[in-house]
Design a protein around this ligand. Structure first.
Ligand code: MTE
Ligand code: MO
Length: 501
């Protein structure tokens, strides 16, 4: 029977809990490094949390934190874990049993998260298992050594063990990181070299943008917006990549990177847009994509007439459903962006690009599998999460400059408008709800890209509201009805308030 004199000090109890947790995370990371970086229990729990998060919360996170949303999630998870560790320690000042139970519960969460990941093999459960044993083992060891010291030898032993665990955690964490990074995807990408299309895009007219008032017409690869659900970017080397085409086809096909590179490459200037983009938002960019028309690839497979969905899957298990008609009309299997192989975060070695459809229904990055079926048969990733099955890009426009404060007098209002596949016919601007005035349009590059516009207006002192609206080439003028991004894209006129001094 333990006496109350046996109780650990609160500080030592918390310390034992924290060391247990960091040991668990580090050992899990190390074993995952050997198997698959995404088997790291922390990443797996994070990825599963992302998959389970309601669409509205995800939207909010993207809107609030932008591309830092993942760092915010990982930081939040670390804080929660450390809190649980401290709690486990405090509950265990008498006996290590309560903390052990809590550790097993948290460990089981890691195990489940790894088991339900669609992109991880069966061996991957070794990582959370190792994590669980390391966590419980270190916690119980530290707990035993943390008994109130009677002699200074006990204290020294406790300190030595702490230092040993901390050092071990450092080595395991770093080792896991290095092992996880050993797939030399950047090396593979560099080996591909520059991509020269047999059929280049038409040269860009200098009058395609109104710099510096509008964004540059072609977005640099570095500035191109990025949206995906993966906590760590899938690392697929070109030489390891294969694309399986199956389902409702006459002949199943498996294509390797070299097969694609040997086909005549085309280059297409396309503006990609995210369905999560709010009115006035910046989840839209334009690039010269290089690749092979999917129609040419699929000719050899022979898509059966009954199939209406191309259900594609990425290396990380994300899925996407695209209408076959759009794929055959203008779908591209892209391997390059602006002359270079795709950047890793934009889908290296290969991705889909289908002008006119929001990314979530068309733009699978790290694509490895294409199955032809019916929309009724199989639902893609975002569909069970409140987004619609079809996602044609809506006619939209945005004011880019000026923002905030301006001097009274002649002011140039400028921005972008887009209606991929239909093209922009007109953009209008109005101040304080007065008459709509037609803006000057920049040279049209093609129907699948954005179009820049600008207009000089006279602004008097005071608070002014400037709005814009676009009309596409079908004659449709964008609606003023405000809709949120979910389920199929935001609508409403972009409006900015200017303080005119
Ligand atoms: N594998 C994978 N592909 C994906 C996604 C994803 O989460 N995973 N997101 C899609 C969404 S919602 C968009 S808007 C585009 C964005 O492509 P980008 O990151 O290259 O801009 O990629 C699409 N392809
Ligand atoms: Mo998106």
């Amino acid at each position: 029977m333990e006496t109350s004199d046996d109780r650990l000090s609160a500080g030592r109890a918390i310390w034992a809990g924290v060391l247990g947790v960091v040991a668990a995370v580090a050992v899990g990371h190390l074993v995952a490094g050997l198997l698959d970086a995404n088997a790291s229990p922390l990443l797996a729990v994070g990825n599963t949390a992302i998959d389970l998060t309601p669409a509205a919360v995800k939207d909010w996170a993207i809107a609030t934190f932008g591309t830092a949303d993942k760092a915010v999630l990982l930081t939040g998870m670390a804080v929660v874990l450390l809190g649980v560790a401290a709690l486990a320690g405090l509950m265990s000042r008498q006996s290590p049993a309560p903390g052990t139970v809590l550790a097993v519960v948290v460990g089981a969460l890691g195990l489940i998260a790894v088991m339900v990941r669609p992109d991880l093999g069966q061996l991957s459960i070794l990582a959370p298992l190792a994590s669980l044993f390391a966590g419980v083992g270190v916690f119980r060891l530290m707990h035993r050594l943390a008994r109130p010291p009677v002699e200074s030898a006990d204290r020294r032993r406790f300190l030595r063990a702490s230092a040993g665990v901390v050092a071990g955690v450092g080595v395991a964490g770093l080792g896991g990181q290095l092992l996880g990074d050993r797939t030399d995807v950047e090396g593979s990408r560099a080996a591909v070299g520059a991509l020269t299309p047999a059929q280049p895009a038409s040269p860009l007219p200098p009058s395609a943008d109104f710099l510096p008032r509008t964004p540059r017409f072609i977005t640099s690869n570095r500035d191109f917006y990025r949206i995906d659900t993966a906590l760590s970017v899938p690392k697929v080397r070109a030489e390891d990549w294969a694309l399986r085409i199956h389902g409702a086809v006459d002949r199943e096909l498996t294509l390797r990177y070299a097969d694609i590179r040997q086909m005549p490459l085309v280059e297409r200037t396309v503006t990609l847009a995210c369905v999560s983009n709010e009115v006035g938002g910046d989840l839209i960019s334009t690039s010269n994509f290089i690749g092979v028309p999917l129609k040419d690839i699929l000719q050899n497979a022979g898509v059966k007439p009954g199939a209406d969905q191309l259900f594609s899957t990425s290396a990380d298990g994300w899925t996407c459903g695209t209408p076959v008609a759009d794929i055959m009309d203008r779908g591209l299997l892209a391997i390059g962006m602006n002359g270079e192989p795709l950047p890793v975060e934009h889908g290296f070695p290969a991705r889909m690009v289908v002008p006119g459809l929001y990314g979530y229904v068309s733009a699978t990055k790290w694509v490895v599998d294409m199955e032809f079926n019916r929309f009724a048969d199989k639902q893609a990733y975002w569909l069970n999460r409140g987004w619609s099955q079809r996602g044609p890009i809506k006619t939209q426009s945005r004011i880019d400059t000026p923002k905030g404060a301006v001097k009274a007098g002649r002011v140039t209002i400028a921005g972008v408008a887009w209606a991929q596949t239909r093209g922009i016919a007109k953009v209008e601007v109005r101040v304080d709800g007065k008459d709509w005035l037609p803006a000057r349009l920049a040279t049209e590059v093609n129907l699948n890209t954005w179009r820049m516009w600008e207009l000089d207006v006279d602004l008097a002192r005071g608070e002014r509201t400037v709005e814009c609206r676009a009309t596409d080439r079908t004659g449709y003028t964008q609606t003023d009805a405000i809709a949120l991004p979910a389920p199929d894209g935001a609508t409403g006129w972009h409006s900015v308030s200017l303080s005119v001094e």
